[in-house]
Design a protein around this ligand. Structure first.
Ligand SMILES: Cc1cc2nc3c(=O)[nH]c(=O)nc-3n(C[C@H](O)[C@H](O)[C@H](O)COP(=O)(O)O)c2cc1C
Length: 292
């Protein structure tokens, strides 16, 4: 394993490793104004939601690694502590990237990148009309995380108004994750797009108290077939199937055939894996426990 001591790396090296490793990161497309009302728009991927009560998002305009100067977004929110965080989807990604160009202070990147300014209701900076979700925020704190080149500035922004485009709403009136078409930033020039074919669901363990991987019988836990994900699924059940259920399952023709095979354990584990990959967790347990 490669082990790196951050104190022995340059800021550029640290950035390169961390940006690849801590990824994908959502993109905050922040609009701000200075005290004269000049508009600025810039993307930031050091960004996330940190609290829902109060509703808080954080992002970090860093000191430039090249010359340790501060970014216009930071200067603006020091003057006018307000911003709109516009969520970036695939249709916007190239224009959002263009808005990250270091234009001179006072340049309106809505115009340079070709976005439409939509007036906000509670804050001075305008919203990006093309963005599917726009968060009007008041900046509560700005915490410098250092004073050297590359030092972040943690901006804590309280979300006051959330605007959601109808285009991403489902029939139930809530955001349909499949319609968001999110993009996210990774290391270097890499981005990723969240499409329907790479979305999947993992049942929340808080709905029940899973038995845990440590409670899975040793022969199953040490399977050559089942993966860590499969063990996570098996450990997430609240209780194992009853003896009657297992007995009923065991008597089925298909399971009998697996149990009578020369490599019965392997066959049973392969069958269980197939069921787990189809999210049929209880059935997988019954197959695994069918072998006495
Ligand atoms: C997708 C993307 C994400 C970025 N994330 C950050 C970030 O989290 N922090 C940062 O300081 N710069 C980030 N940048 C670079 C800034 O957008 C860039 O420095 C921009 O010029 C800052 O604009 P400003 O000086 O008008 O605020 C990112 C650029 C792109 C394209």
């Amino acid at each position: 394993m490669l082990t790196l001591k951050t104190s022995e790396l340059s800021p550029v090296e640290v950035q390169s490793v961390l940006n690849c490793a801590v990824a994908p990161r959502p993109i905050c497309f922040a609009s701000t104004v200075d005290r004269e009302g000049n508009v600025n728009l810039s993307p930031f991927s050091y960004f996330n939601v940190f609290s829902v009560n109060p509703p808080i998002c954080v992002f970090s305009p860093s000191r430039r690694v090249r010359d340790n100067t501060t970014k216009h977004t930071l200067e603006n929110i020091r003057e006018v502590p307000e911003c709109v965080i516009n969520i970036v989807n695939y249709n916007m990604v190239h224009q959002a990237s263009l808005a990250s160009v270091e234009y001179p202070k006072g340049t309106n990147e809505f115009i340079k990148a070709g976005f439409t300014m939509l007036p906000s209701e509670m804050v001075k900076p305008p919203r990006v009309a093309e963005s599917p979700v726009q968060l009007e925020c008041l900046v509560k704190h700005i915490t410098p995380l250092g004073d050297g080149a590359g030092a972040g500035n943690l901006v804590v922004a309280e979300v006051k108004l959330i605007h959601v485009s109808e285009s991403v709403l489902g029939d139930n009136g809530k955001i349909d994750q499949r319609k968001m078409d999110h993009v996210a930033r990774l290391g270097g020039d890499w981005y990723c797009r969240v499409t329907n074919d790479n979305l999947f669901e993992v049942t929340k363990p808080v709905r029940s108290i899973g038995i845990g991987v440590d409670a899975i019988p040793f022969a199953i836990r040490n399977s050559k077939v089942l993966t860590g994900n499969n063990l996570g699924q098996l450990g997430n059940v609240e209780a194992l199937p009853s003896l009657e259920q297992i007995a009923g399952y065991r008597s089925s023709w298909e399971i009998q055939e697996l149990l009578n095979a020369d490599d019965a354990e392997m066959q049973i584990h392969l069958k269980a894996k197939k069921l787990l990959d189809e999210c049929k967790v209880m059935e997988a347990w019954m197959v695994l426990l069918a072998k006495k």
